[in-house]
Design a protein around this ligand. Structure first.
Ligand code: SAM
Length: 204
């Protein structure tokens, strides 16, 4: 981690602290366009993702749920270190724009492709074959996203899904069932952060 990346992570950590105790519900609902909460993974999950991504060295990492870009910094840093690229998808343009600014500030923007829109449609149009996926959008979309990206993954690809232990939300159990039912897949729930389901596709 170089100093520019560490400085940007510190800015996010300050914003996370300021968010503590604020209501989870955004005015106008989660997609009302006024949601300023980062809803970000914590630093433990960030470090875990960075370590995993550096180990896998996938040419393309896919993130579903950019939000304001915190998890993307950890993933993009790994992509830069391994000569890869992060493709990150977010429904809301204002969140993606902030994430892009922060990645520029961290010196990582050349390694990130920001896509704005509904992830299901964006995945459908995607030509890349990701070797690592980080799934962190609204939880009721996990299983539909899995169905959309599964045929596009590289052999042996790894999928990491966040919030598998908390908060308990509709869609999580459905995703756990769906991912574990993929033929030949190996999957395990790890108590890192709010719970990560790590799943690896067969190599052929
Ligand atoms: C939990 S936050 C992601 C946090 C981020 N990964 C981080 O740790 O910094 C979930 C994000 O998914 C986005 N999202 C929800 N539904 C989506 C969809 N259909 N397509 C793309 N993004 C979506 C939300 O707008 C929200 O910003």
């Amino acid at each position: 981690m170089d100093d520019r990346v560490l400085a940007v992570l510190d800015l996010y950590h300050a914003r996370m602290l300021a968010e503590r105790g604020q209501p989870r519900e955004a005015p106008g609902g989660r997609d009302g366009g006024q949601d300023q909460r980062m809803r970000a993974i914590g630093p433990d999950t960030g470090r875990f993702l960075n370590t995993l991504a550096r180990g896998i060295g996938a040419p393309v990492i896919l993130e579903i749920g950019t939000s304001f870009g915190y998890s993307g910094i950890w993933l993009a840093e790994a992509a830069r270190a391994t000569g890869g690229r992060l493709v990150t998808m977010e429904l809301h343009g204002y969140k993606s724009a902030y994430a892009r600014e922060m990645s520029e500030r961290a010196g990582l923007a050349d390694h990130v492709d920001f896509r704005v829109g509904d992830a299901i449609g964006l995945i459908g149009a995607m030509e890349d074959r990701p070797g690592l996926v980080f799934l962190d959008c609204w939880k009721d979309l996990y299983a539909p996203c899995l169905a959309a990206f599964l045929p596009k993954l590289a052999p042996g690809a790894v999928i990491v899904a966040d919030n598998m232990m908390r908060p308990v939300e509709p869609g999580i159990a459905e995703y756990a069932r769906a991912v574990r039912a993929v033929p030949g897949i190996g999957s395990v729930l790890l108590p890192v952060g709010t719970g990560l389901e790590i799943s690896r596709l067969p190599t052929e």
